[in-house]
Design a protein around this ligand. Structure first.
Ligand code: FO1
Length: 318
C-alpha cells in the first residue's frame, strides 16, 4: 500500500495522477482537516471533499475544488436570506456536506462518515482524515487571527501573514488506522501540498511525525515550490513566516527529520546539492501538472523515486 499525506488543490491534482497508475485498493490517503469549517450549519471538510471528488472523477476541472457540472442556485437564495456567501457551496456539492453533517450528528466519527461516503461513490481507495478530533488552522495576519478559509478564500491570501498555529493539535489523536498505515506502508508520499497549512496540520497530530520517523518505508515528498515560488497558493508567504527558505531546500528542511527523497522540479537542478546536504536525496522530475499526461508522468517519477535502490538516503541506509 502506498500512503499519501495530502491536502489542498495540489494534493488532489497529484492524487488524480497516482490513481491512474496505482490500483485504488493499494492507496491510502491521509488527509488534512485543519481547513474544516462549519458553514450554513454544515460540516465542510474541503480537503476530504477534494480528494473524494478527485478519486470519484467528479472534481471540477475548472475550479480545482467542488464538483463538475455544478450550479449555485441554493447559494443565490442564501444570499437573499442574508447569509454570508463568500465561501461557495454548489447545489450538487451540498449533498456531500448534508450527508456528512447528518452522519456526525448521529454520532459517527469523521473517519466513519468518510468511509461510508467514499464507499457510496464507489471509491476503492482508503481515505482517512488525519484525526477525528477538531484541529483548526489559524493564520495570524495584519487583520488579526483568521481561520484558514477566511484567510484563503475571503481575503484571497492578500494579507500579511505573521504566523500559523494549529489549534487543538496537541489534544488530537490520529484517526483509527493512520499510524498502522504509515508503519505498514510500502512507501509514504507527501503530495505537493502546502507544507505549513496542508501537511503541517497532519504532522501536528501527536504520533504521526514520530510514525514517519519510525516507518521502514521510504518517505518521498514532492516539492510544491518551483523556481523559488509556490506553484499555486500562499505556500511561499506561509513558509517564509515560519522561517523556512522558499525553495525546494526549504521543503526538504521542513521534512528532514523523516524524509528520504525529495522529488523537485528539473528547473531547480541547481539546488540539489543543498537538498542532499540536509540528508535528503534530491530527485529531479517535471512536477508542474497541467495535463492528464503530466499528472501520470509525475506519479510514475514519484513511484520510481520510492523504489530506485540508489536513492536510498542516509536515513534508510542499513
Ligand atoms: N475555494 C475558493 O476559492 N472559493 C470557494 O468559495 C470555495 C468553496 C469550497 C467549498 C467546498 C470545498 O470542499 C472547497 C471549497 N473551496 C473554495 C476550496 C478550499 O478553500 C480549498 O480546497 C482548500 O481549503 C485549500 O486547501
Amino acid at each position: 500500500v502506498i500512503v499519501v499525506l495530502t491536502g489542498g488543490s495540489g494534493g488532489a491534482t497529484f492524487v488524480q495522477g497516482l490513481a491512474e497508475v496505482v490500483p485504488a485498493r493499494e492507496l491510502t490517503l491521509l488527509v488534512n482537516t485543519g481547513d474544516d469549517l462549519l458553514w450554513w450549519g454544515l460540516h465542510v471538510s474541503p480537503d476530504i471533499d477534494s480528494i473524494t471528488y478527485a478519486l470519484a472523477g467528479l472534481l471540477s476541472r475548472e475550479r480545482g475544488w467542488g464538483m463538475e457540472d455544478e450550479s449555485f442556485r441554493c447559494l443565490e437564495m442564501m444570499q437573499r436570506y442574508g447569509a454570508e456567501t463568500w465561501f461557495q457551496l454548489g447545489d450538487r456539492d451540498l449533498a456531500l456536506h448534508l450527508t456528512r453533517t447528518r452522519m456526525l450528528a448521529a454520532g459517527k466519527t469523521l473517519s466513519q462518515a468518510t468511509r461510508e461516503i467514499t464507499a457510496r461513490l464507489g471509491i476503492a481507495a482508503t481515505v482517512l482524515p488525519a484525526t477525528d478530533d477538531r484541529v483548526e488552522t489559524i493564520v495570524s495576519t495584519a487583520k488579526g487571527d483568521l481561520t484558514f478559509q477566511e484567510f484563503f478564500v475571503r481575503e484571497r491570501w492578500q494579507v500579511e501573514v505573521r504566523g500559523v498555529r494549529i489549534e487543538g493539535a496537541e489534544r488530537a489523536r490520529p484517526a483509527p488506522g493512520v499510524l498502522q498505515a504509515i508503519a505498514a506502508a510500502e512507501a509514504v508520499v507527501l503530495a505537493p501540498s502546502n507544507p505549513i497549512t496542508s501537511i503541517g496540520p497532519i504532522l501536528a497530530v501527536p504520533g504521526i511525525r514520530e510514525a514517519l520517523r519510525q516507518t521502514p518505508a521510504r518517505v518521498v515528498a514532492v516539492s510544491p515550490i518551483v523556481g523559488g515560488a509556490a506553484v499555486s497558493g500562499p505556500a511561499g508567504a506561509l513558509m517564509a513566516c515560519q522561517g523556512l527558505p522558499v525553495s525546494a531546500a526549504g521543503v526538504a528542511k521542513a521534512y528532514r527529520d523523516f524524509l528520504n527523497v525529495l522529488v523537485m522540479d528539473t528547473r531547480d537542478t541547481g539546488e540539489t546539492a543543498k537538498v542532499d546536504a540536509l540528508g535528503v536525496k534530491a530527485h529531479c522530475a517535471a512536477t508542474i501538472m497541467t495535463s492528464a499526461e503530466d499528472k501520470v508522468a509525475l506519479a510514475c517519477a514519484v513511484l520510481a523515486a520510492a523504489t530506485t535502490p540508489d536513492l536510498a538516503s542516509r536515513r534508510a541506509a542499513p
